[in-house]
Design a protein. Structure first.
Length: 339
């Protein structure tokens, strides 16, 4: 029996498609408006109705959870989305989830789900760089591919995935790297796989802990602490750091220059942060590479942490979750080394 005959004999996967807005739900004044358009105007039912081919691969039910640009996602929305997905995944009549999402913070939301959902069923987050009204919109094909992946047996146990531009990325690694181009999504170690002619093909697996191996469960988290990010630059003074320390944050991700260097003018304010009980996490604004403990700064002496290779905006997600557990620097540091 050939592989195709076995696959054709399977019943169709039952997928829940959750709409949250974004460019994939956008509409422009004309077909040449690829970058300037109204965001989050199409309902998820309308988006699916424009993709009749999707019905050939899955039985799809829709839910409109939010309708806004992803820059508006706050911690409350992350929790609400995660809890909704978790309850759907527990049902025997749900085989996978697809979330349509704005691309701006798709990498943050997907990482949050990757770290907190307790299921091996596929969860795929998808967006578009061009609205469906634009010439060569990537929305319909991205959505079709996301449904293909969510419906696939081979996508099980791989954590939350982001599908874009024919590629399947792990939520841990993917980052939006461009304001308007369709190949905006990059993972520093490459995508996990591709979708070719409607079939997902995986070439690698996520190496770090996620979903069922993660210590956090969305079902047990009702609140996450505030964690801020400070973006370093030349000629910096400590005013921004001190303002952030007074804002009630429990930790600061310091998006340092290069491999985690901290200007002399800033060091005292970050030492003060730790004395006030606020954790300091040295990261890098470069977008790539590792920040090494005790290399550019004496982290052991200051009781600071480092992000390992995680970008600052995703380090914030991890730190928020880590702080829901034991407030111990060694444990918090291990989170960056294990996830
Ligand atoms: N409208 C922005 C957002 O919601 C961009 C996008 O979706 O691509 O994130």
């Amino acid at each position: 029996m050939t592989r195709d005959i076995v696959m054709a004999a399977r019943p169709k996967a039952r997928i829940v498609l959750i709409g949250t807005g974004g460019t994939i739900a956008g509409h422009g004044a004309s077909s040449i408006n690829t970058s300037a358009y109204d965001c989050s105007v199409l309902r998820i039912d309308d988006i699916l109705a424009d993709l009749p081919v999707a019905a050939s691969i899955a039985d799809i039910r829709t839910e409109q959870l939010f309708q806004f640009g992803s820059e508006n996602f706050g911690n409350a929305q992350l929790l609400q989305l995660g809890k909704r997905i978790s309850s759907l995944l527990k049902r025997d009549n749900v085989d996978g989830i697809v979330v349509t999402h704005g691309t701006d913070t798709i990498d943050e939301t997907a990482y949050f789900l990757h770290l907190t959902l307790k299921s091996t069923k596929p969860v795929v987050v998808v967006g578009a760089m061009r609205p469906p009204s634009a010439l060569s919109s990537d929305g319909p094909l991205n959505l079709y591919h996301a449904i293909v992946v969510a419906a696939s047996q081979v996508a099980h146990s791989k954590g939350t995935l982001v599908v874009a531009n024919d590629e399947i990325h792990t939520a841990r690694d993917v980052v939006k790297t461009n304001t308007f181009k369709q190949d905006a999504f990059r993972s520093p170690y490459g995508p996990l796989g591709f979708i070719v002619e409607g079939k997902p093909i995986f070439y690698r697996l996520p190496a770090r802990r996620h979903t069922t191996e993660s210590e956090w469960s969305i079902d047990e988290i009702d609140e996450v602490p505030e964690v801020g990010i400070i973006y370093a630059h030349g000629g910096m003074n400590d005013a921004m750091v001190r303002a952030m320390l007074d804002s009630g944050v429990k930790a600061v991700i310091y998006a340092a220059t290069g491999n985690g260097n901290v200007a002399t003018s800033i060091v005292d304010s970050l030492v003060d942060a730790r004395l006030r009980g606020i954790h300091v996490v040295r990261g890098s604004r470069t977008g790539g590479g590792v920040v090494i403990r005790n290399a550019a700064q004496p982290d052991d002496r200051y009781d600071w942490l480092v992000t390992d290779d995680q970008v600052p905006h995703k380090a914030r997600i991890l730190m928020m979750l880590a702080l829901t557990g034991e407030n111990c620097a060694r444990k918090l540091q291990n989170a960056f080394l294990n996830y």
